[in-house]
Design a protein around this ligand. Structure first.
Ligand code: ADP
Length: 255
């Protein structure tokens, strides 16, 4: 199986020299093509920092990150911008859709920016729209649709470029439970049918139970790792809950 993400000795320090804070240390792991991996851990554990560093939004203080065999840490900004656009997909908690564009235009945008020919744009956009069930809202603007629809639009925009990895930071954080479940099923479907590699940060054990592998973080380091293996999603959920409560429970995760 192809190794799509390789993380070697990554560390991230914030703050001036006399007052430094180590948000990440000794991060090492690999992700294979087609994995659906969750990152969990209490508030302040470093989940978002890790996702930002892996997704090239922020740079690590130490270490190497290879995505699709390219070292993104050393990449210059211009090349990195292209790399980000062509190889990475993003889904954020607050959707990040452009308010002045329709749903369809939001999905078309990354393809247009990448110079994909119009006929192919049409084919690809239709395909993701039917997969994510957003045809009926194609010509609406973000303010006219629900949170769940916005996030499905964001998922369509993330997937339409066929990225090597999709990074999702608390994608269900602003959704009601039904919309959250719908979105997670969509991500699961994109992972199984399109072999999309997805890395999702979540503090929610139920959301994490949709992943095939869940990595836990504590104090800026990776700790336990769970695999769904042959067990049911329900049993995996229970297993994840066991670790979450050992960490002090998500009820306390309010900072
Ligand atoms: P999580 O996503 O697990 O809640 P974060 O990655 O947001 O954790 O934060 C990890 C730690 O790094 C926290 O203590 C946070 O205050 C700190 N941190 C994050 N971003 C910055 C920043 N830009 N400047 C200083 N400290 C930061």
């Amino acid at each position: 199986m192809k190794n799509i993400l390789q993380v070697n000795q990554v560390g991230k320090t914030f703050g001036p020299k006399n007052n430094q804070f180590k948000a990440l240390s000794n991060i090492n792991f690999t992700v294979n093509e087609g994995e659906f991996i969750g990152i969990m851990g209490p508030s302040g554990a470093g989940k978002s920092t890790l996702l930002n560093v892996l997704s090239t939004i922020d740079s690590p203080t130490t270490g190497e990150i290879f995505i699709d065999d390219e070292n993104v840490v050393q990449m210059r900004e211009k090349k990195l911008a292209n790399f980000r656009r062509n190889k990475l997909g993003f889904i954020f908690q607050d959707y990040n859709l452009l308010d002045t564009l329709t749903v369809k235009e939001n999905i078309v945008l990354p393809l247009a920016l990448a110079g994909v020919p119009a006929a192919e744009i049409d084919t690809r956009v239709k395909k993701v729209a039917s997969k994510l069930n957003i045809y009926e809202i194609f010509h609406q603007f973000p303010y006219q649709i629900s949170g769940g629809q916005k996030q499905r639009t964001a998922a369509a925009r993330a997937i339409v470029t066929n990225p090597s990895v999709i990074f999702a930071d608390e994608p269900t954080g602003a959704l009601d439970s039904k919309s959250a479940a719908d979105l997670l099923k969509s991500l699961q479907m994109l992972n199984s049918t399109q072999k999309s590699t997805i890395m999702m940060v979540t503090h929610d054990a139920y959301a994490a139970s949709f992943c095939k592998r869940v990595v836990f973080m504590k104090d800026g380091e990776l700790s336990t790792e769970l695999h769904i293996g042959e067990q049911s999603q329900k049993d995996f959920f229970q297993e994840i809950l066991g670790i979450v409560s050992a960490y002090g429970g998500e009820e306390n995760d309010t900072i």
